[in-house]
Write a protein that binds this ligand. Structure first.
Ligand code: DQA
Length: 145
């Protein structure tokens, strides 16, 4: 069976396409899902793609990804606040790549701090939808390194 990458999306990302298109682009989350799943498949990975507005559900999904090839995590605003996500990432074996569509460092100061970066394997931000594709490539590179 193909190794699986989990792509987990946090709060308000279900609003992509409608939400601040000047910041996040015009693509909907389901369009992003197709692009990311196709990209993962082209690299030989199966994929699980999920979105939740609830912190605890994201914690549960991180736990469920324990035995996977890795996690691409766009935690949305929980990136900047969540100790629960920090602890969940620490608790699992799978590598986690933190991603952001926007360049959070070019935005408001409250977006410059991440509770999850210190426990993520790496961080990719600012490349729009390509941030997700780069994160898939990063996880693939980790497994061949
Ligand atoms: C985001 C950046 C966060 O600061 C914001 O709260 C989001 C989206 C991004 O993908 O650029 O919801 O994670």
């Amino acid at each position: 069976m193909a190794p699986t990458i989990h792509i987990l999306n946090g709060p308000n990302l279900n609003r992509l396409g409608l939400r601040e298109p000047g910041v996040y682009g015009a693509q909907t989350l389901s369009e992003i899902e197709s692009l990311v799943r196709d990209h993962a498949a082209s690299r030989g990975y199966g994929s699980v793609f999920r979105q939740s507005n609830h912190e605890g559900e994201l914690v549960d999904w991180l736990h469920a990804a324990n035995d996977s090839a890795g996690v691409v995590l766009n935690a949305g605003a929980y990136t900047h606040t969540s100790i629960a996500l920090h602890d969940a990432i620490r608790s699992i074996d799978a590598p986690v790549v933190e991603v952001h569509i926007s360049n959070v460092f070019a935005r408001e100061a409250f977006r410059h701090h991440s509770t999850i970066s210190p426990v993520a394997r790496g961080v990719i931000c600012g490349f729009g939808v390509h941030s997700y594709l780069l994160a898939v490539d990063a996880l693939a590179a980790l497994r061949t390194a």
